[in-house]
Design a protein. Structure first.
Length: 105
């Protein structure tokens, strides 16, 4: 008897952001993305200049929503950038909680 773990069948629902009438999908949490987020969390943001902080958030948003062109990203306000980052992190947290819950069954 063959056993198969079908990872394609456990894809979480697609989530996205909308800006300028265009929708951009949020990617699933990958190992590389997880590492990037944890590295960002490990940085002392309070000791970074405002430019360094915004650049760090923009770099992570590029990884979480890679389909957003740079020219669109550059049109965002700082509060919009922060909201996108917060929303994306909430989506990723939901995925992680769901996966942890399923694994605990």
């Amino acid at each position: 008897m063959t056993k198969l773990l079908d990872l394609d069948s456990i894809q979480p629902p697609k989530k996205s952001i909308k800006f300028g009438g265009q929708e951009y999908p949020i990617v699933e949490m990958t190992v590389g993305l997880f590492v990037s987020i944890k590295q960002m969390e490990g940085k002392d943001l309070m000791n970074m200049s405002p430019v360094e902080q915004v650049t760090a958030y923009a770099d992570l948003v590029r990884k979480v929503i890679p389909s957003v062109p740079d020219e669109v990203l550059e049109k965002l306000t700082v509060p919009q950038l922060q909201q996108i980052f917060t929303f994306a992190m909430e989506v990723i947290d939901e995925e992680n909680e769901k996966a942890a819950g399923e694994g605990a069954k």
